[in-house]
Design a protein around this ligand. Structure first.
Ligand code: C2E
Ligand code: MG
Ligand code: MG
Ligand code: MG
Length: 286
């Protein structure tokens, strides 16, 4: 798999040579090497269930520290991976790491967290994707039912028959599907109706304005009601302040994710955080 990544990067490099006279993308080459060596890490950000104040889920987020440049933002290296034929290797690495690490966390603590995994449109347009995903679950023992694939609205704008068929095949395996960054793209209500969607993740940029704009507050209320009526969960992304948290609770939002409740962190830190929360709960109630 890793060799395939390196090969893909070399092939991509060759492709570029023809285009721009010898310039191979340094970042793509270094990312391919990092994938070969397992140097791309996965961090987990807590997702809080509002009704219980419990961390019931996490989002898996890829992390890469370049040997010379330092940490590279995922938005940047995911785009590089998409452009250089590395996204399949990156996506599979992240999914495999995620399932392996959360299975170990479950074995150690008895806690089974639901996990959001970001998926690129390129992965979804590949008809072999569901088979490769199924192999990861078979190898790691992690249940497909506890994975939520996060896809963006823009991806669904460019929806192809293959991607939609893939989404249905993944659903048949037991996975859930979330619309990520909801409210930033060109939202289509008919797609909310026709596509198999379990969760709406309301984008950070929208959440940022809910406490200062009464109209945004009303829109948020309507989104929560719409999701509820369609049987979808709502996750508010980028929750940073207690004021936002209070407002989200008052409109009946079911889940929250953001720095207020925890940053993305390595699995060991996540385990320590969960154990500390449990301890606080025991002291508070017992
Ligand atoms: P996303 O899926 O919307 O992930 C949420 C982003 O919001 C993350 O940025 C997270 O660190 C950040 N965030 C969380 N809480 C807060 C908050 O309270 N305030 C603010 N300002 N930001 C917050 P990150 O980790 O930089 O990832 C950026 C994007 O890169 C992700 O957006 C996702 O689209 C993409 N990405 C990350 N990992 C992967 C991956 O494994 N595969 C793919 N295809 N894309 C990935
Ligand atoms: Mg996401
Ligand atoms: Mg998002
Ligand atoms: Mg986002």
């Amino acid at each position: 798999r890793a060799d395939q990544a390196l090969y893909a990067a070399k092939a991509a490099g060759r492709g570029r040579c023809e285009l721009d006279g010898g310039e191979v993308s340094d970042l793509a080459r270094d990312l391919a090497v990092a994938l070969t060596h397992g140097d791309v890490a996965v961090h987990f950000q807590p997702i809080l269930q509002v009704a219980t104040d419990d961390v019931v889920g996490v989002e898996a987020l890829a992390r890469w520290t370049h040997p010379e440049r330092g940490p590279v933002s995922p938005s940047e290296f995911v785009a590089v991976a998409e452009q250089h034929g590395l996204i399949t290797a990156l996506g599979e690495h992240v999914l495999r790491q995620t399932c392996t690490q959360l299975a170990a966390l479950h074995a150690a603590t008895g806690r089974r967290l639901r996990v959001g995994v970001n998926v690129s449109g390129i992965e979804l347009s590949d008809p072999t994707y569901p088979d490769r995903v199924r192999a990861v679950f078979a190898d790691t023992g992690w249940p497909a039912e506890e994975v939520v694939l996060e896809v963006t609205e823009s991806l669904l704008d460019a929806e192809s028959a293959t991607s939609v068929a893939t989404l249905h095949a993944l659903r048949d395996l037991g996975l859930k599907v979330a619309i990520d960054d909801f409210g930033t793209g060109y939202s289509s209500l008919s797609r909310l109706d026709t596509l198999p969607i379990d969760v709406l993740k309301v984008d950070h940029s929208f959440i940022a304005a809910i406490t200062t704009s009464p109209r945004r507050t009303q829109m948020l209320r309507s989104i929560v009601a719409l999701a509820g009526a369609l049987g979808m969960d709502v996750v508010a992304e980028g929750v940073e302040t207690p004021e936002q948290d209070l407002l989200l609770r008052s409109v009946g939002c079911t889940f929250e994710q953001g720095w207020l409740h925890g940053r993305p962190m390595p699995v060991a830190e996540l385990q320590a955080t969960l154990e500390r929360r449990d301890g606080e709960l025991t002291r508070a109630t017992g």
